[in-house]
Design a protein around this ligand. Structure first.
Ligand code: S3P
Length: 461
C-alpha cells in the first residue's frame, strides 16, 4: 500500500496541466475502435480506468488491437505513484498534449468479434456501462467483470434499457458480472430514473446501432460527451431540454486530442485556493455540463476564470485562471445541481473543511454508489484528519474551521485519495493518506502536479 504524507505547505505561482479527461477518453476510445477507418487520439490519459477500456476493446476489436496494445505498452511506466514521467509544467495551453498517441484502426461495429475470455473492466464503472451499450448490439456473448469495488456497483440501471432494446443482459443480483448476448436492437424511449451519464451514454451507443429512433429522457442534466462526439462525427443526434434522440448511424474514424480533465484540474484549483497560489491550468475541457464546479467554487469565494480557446470533437477547451481567495466561505449544494458536480464533491468537501462555517451537500445519494461509499468515506476521512463531518441519508454536512491533521484512508477510491491530500495542504499538522495508489485510476502524476504548486508531499510504500 502506498502512503502519501503531506506537510503544511505554502504556495507558489504556477502553470500546470492535467491528464486527459477520463469521461471523454473512454468514449473516444470506444468510438475509435468501432469506427469505419483509422483514428488518431492524442492525450488519452495513462490512467488505470482507460487501460481497462483499452484492453477490453482490444479483446473484441481485432483491427483496433495492435494500436491499443501499443498504447497500453507505451503508457505502462506512467502509472508509478510519485515517480511518473509526467511533467506538469510543460507547455500547458498550446499544441498537442505530449505522451503516446493511440493510433486505432476500426472496421465498424460489424468488425467486433467474440472475446476469448471475460472482459475485465477493473475499477471503472464507465468502462462497464458504456461497453454494455456497445456489446448489446454485437451478435455474440460477452461477460464483463470488475474488481471488488466495481462488483458492488448497481448494473440493473444499464441492463434494463438494453433489454428493452432487445439484448439479453443478465446481472448477478443486480451487480457484475454482466453477461450480454447481443443482437439486432430496436430503438427505445427511456426515462432515466436517476440522472446518470454512464447509462445515458450506453443507451445512445446502443441506439446508433438500433432500428428506428432512440430517445433518452433525463431527470436532471448530466455530462453530454457521448452526444457531442456522435454529433461532431456527423451523427443524427438531436438534443432538447432533458431529451436526447439518436437514429442509426455508423461513424467514421477521426483525429482528436483529449482535453485535460476538469475533474483533475479541480484538485489543483482547490490546492491553489488552500495554498494561496495563483494558478493557470491550460488545455482543460470546459464542457458546460462539467463547469458547474466553477460556479460552486465562486460561491465559496474562489474566483476561477475560464476562457475557451478551441474545440476538439465538439468539446470546448481552454484555460482556467485562479486567484487565491482571502478566506473560504461555506457552501450549500442542492439536489438539482449535484449531478453537475458529482465527481467534485470530495474536493468541495475538502475545501469546506477549511471554510468559515458549515457546508451541506444535499441529494447526494448517488455518491454512495461510486468507487466507494463516498458520502461515508469523505465524512470518515475528514474526521480522521481532525475535522467534523457527517453523512446522513443522502446528505453530507461538513463543519468548517480547519483540520488539525491526522490519518485518512482512500478506501481504494481515487477521488478520496487526492481530496484528502489536498485537504492536508492547509491542515495544522501532518496528514497521512493511506491507499494513495488509487490516485492512478484517474490522475497519474498528481504528486508532481501538487509539488509544482508548492505542496510538501512524499509517497512511500
Ligand atoms: C461518468 C459519469 C458519472 C461520473 C463518472 C463518469 C461518465 O457517473 O460520476 O465518474 O463518464 O459518464 P454516473 O453517470 O453514474 O453518475
Amino acid at each position: 500500500m502506498v502512503r502519501a504524507r503531506i506537510r503544511p505547505s505554502s504556495g507558489v505561482e504556477a502553470r500546470a496541466r492535467v491528464p486527459g479527461d477520463k469521461s471523454i477518453a473512454h468514449r473516444w476510445l470506444i468510438l475509435a475502435s468501432t469506427a469505419e477507418g483509422p483514428s488518431r487520439l492524442a492525450g488519452v490519459p495513462p490512467a488505470l480506468d482507460l487501460r481497462s477500456t483499452a484492453s477490453c476493446l482490444a479483446a473484441v476489436a481485432p483491427a483496433a488491437r495492435p494500436g491499443l496494445d501499443r498504447w497500453l505498452a507505451e503508457t505502462l511506466s506512467d502509472l508509478e505513484v510519485g515517480g511518473s514521467t509526467w511533467n506538469p509544467s510543460s507547455s500547458p495551453s498550446s499544441g498537442e498534449p505530449d505522451g503516446p498517441v493511440a493510433e486505432v484502426e476500426g472496421e465498424g461495429r460489424s468488425g467486433l468479434r467474440p472475446p476469448a475470455a471475460a472482459l475485465d473492466c477493473g475499477n471503472a464503472g464507465t468502462t462497464m456501462r458504456l461497453l454494455a451499450g456497445v456489446l448489446a448490439a454485437a451478435p455474440f456473448r460477452s461477460v464483463l467483470v470488475g474488481d471488488a469495488s466495481l462488483s458492488r456497483r448497481p448494473m440493473e440501471r444499464v441492463a434494463e434499457p438494453l433489454r428493452a432494446m432487445g439484448a439479453s443482459v443478465t446481472t448477478t443480483d443486480g451487480h457484475p458480472p454482466l453477461t450480454i448476448r447481443g443482437g439486432p436492437l430496436r430503438g427505445v424511449r427511456w426515462t432515466l430514473p436517476v440522472p446518470t451519464a454512464q447509462v445515458k451514454g450506453a443507451i445512445l451507443l446502443a441506439g446508433v446501432a438500433a432500428q428506428g429512433e432512440t430517445i433518452v429522457e433525463e431527470p436532471a442534466p448530466t455530462r453530454d460527451h457521448t452526444e457531442r462526439a456522435l454529433r461532431a462525427l456527423g451523427g443524427p443526434v438531436e438534443t432538447g431540454p432533458g431529451t436526447v434522440r439518436v437514429r442509426p448511424f455508423q461513424h467514421p474514424g477521426f483525429a482528436a486530442s483529449v482535453p485535460g480533465d476538469l475533474s483533475s484540474a479541480a484538485f489543483l484549483v482547490g490546492a491553489a485556493a488552500l495554498l494561496g497560489s495563483r494558478l493557470e491550468v491550460g488545455g482543460v475541457g470546459l464542457n458546460p455540463t462539467r463547469t458547474h464546479l466553477l460556479e460552486v467554487l465562486g460561491r465559496m469565494g474562489v474566483a476561477v476564470r475560464a476562457s475557451i480557446e478551441r474545440d476538439e470533437l465538439g468539446e470546448p477547451v481552454g484555460t482556467l485562471r485562479v486567484d487565491p481567495p482571502a478566506h473560504l466561505d461555506p457552501v450549500e449544494v442542492g439536489p438539482e445541481e449535484l449531478p453537475l458536480v458529482i465527481d467534485e464533491v470530495p474536493l468541495l468537501a475538502a475545501l469546506a473543511a477549511h471554510a468559515d462555517g458549515p457546508s451541506r451537500f444535499a441529494g447526494a445519494g448517488e455518491l454512495r454508489l461510486k468507487e466507494s461509499d463516498r458520502l461515508e468515506g469523505i465524512a470518515a476521512g475528514l474526521r480522521g484528519l481532525g475535522g467534523r463531518a457527517e453523512a446522513v441519508g443522502d446528505a453530507l454536512r461538513v463543519e468548517g474551521g480547519g483540520l488539525r491533521g491526522g490519518r485518512a484512508s482512500s478506501l481504494g477510491d481515487h477521488r478520496l485519495a487526492i481530496a484528502f491530500a489536498v485537504a492536508g495542504l492547509a491542515a495544522e499538522g501532518e496528514v497521512e493518506v493511506e491507499g494513495f495508489e488509487a490516485s492512478t485510476v484517474s490522475f497519474p502524476g498528481v504528486v508532481a502536479a501538487l509539488r509544482g504548486l508548492g505542496a510538501h508531499i512524499e509517497v512511500s510504500t
